[in-house]
Design a protein around this ligand. Structure first.
Ligand code: VIB
Length: 228
């Protein structure tokens, strides 16, 4: 059993507040199938195509973070994340899918599955109708969950089949990004809710957004298991 990673106070508190959902997300059958190589390639490709569409809207939500930010540090993290997603992570999906004969045009025009749509539109809505913290609580399970999953699979994974995917998230660059998001969110919470932010009246609503986004991650894996 791998211990929880150390991504800061907000991560530890939100993770604990949604413990069962968090475990179902990070220990999902789809994740286990990546680790032991039993996930069928067709399911992986279906997931990657959907994930390309997911990343488009997820990037828009980080761009909304630039709008909702209240400090330059916050604007820098959000704008750097948009850049990393649009010019980095999405290209990785394009390359992997190209090896299976799927073009970028096909990716861009893929029909969006309901589970996918529900997740990103929920995150965007959390940002539109709320403040920076509401948006961040909905964005965070994606960032930290894949960090924890990468660490779990690097420790416990038994197959080389999906090694490149695992290494992306288990690697130092991505783990450092998770820590940096954690530091900024701790700062953002302290600045707005005070040092004792876990006891602020605003805290339960933030926990709820974090858990809802976590449940939507589970739905995304369920979609991946179901296949095209
Ligand atoms: C459904 C879904 N959830 C999470 C991720 C992981 N992810 C998306 S963007 C990004 C970088 C965050 O700053 C990471 C790790 C994914 N690809 N698809």
């Amino acid at each position: 059993m791998t211990n929880a990673p150390d991504y800061g106070r907000a991560f530890a508190a939100w993770r604990k507040a949604s413990e069962t959902s968090w475990r179902d997300y990070t220990r999902h059958d789809f994740v286990n199938g990546l680790g032991d190589g039993t996930l069928p390639r067709a399911n992986f490709i279906h997931y990657l195509i959907q994930d390309y569409v997911y990343l488009i809207h997820y990037s828009r939500a980080w761009a909304l973070g630039v709008v909702k930010a209240e400090t330059l540090d916050e604007m820098q993290l959000c704008s750097a994340t948009v850049d990393a997603l649009v010019n980095g992570e999405m290209q990785l999906h394009v390359q992997t899918c190209a090896r299976d004969g799927i073009s970028e045009a096909q990716l861009f025009s893929a029909a969006e599955e309901p589970e996918n749509m529900a997740y990103t539109r929920y995150v965007l809505e959390a940002g539109f109708s709320g403040g920076f913290l509401d948006l961040m609580a909905a964005l965070a399970p994606c960032v930290w969950g894949y960090g924890e999953i990468g660490a779990i699979l690097a420790n416990e994974g038994s197959s080389e089949t999906y090694r490149k995917w695992i290494d992306t998230y288990a690697g130092d660059d991505y783990q450092t990004a998770c820590v940096n998001v954690g530091k900024l969110l701790d700062q953002a919470l302290i600045a707005r809710l005070g040092d004792d932010f876990e006891n602020s009246p605003s805290w339960p609503a933030l926990c709820k957004k974090f858990e809802t986004a976590t449940r939507l991650e589970i739905g995304f894996w369920d979609m991946g298991m179901r296949g095209a």
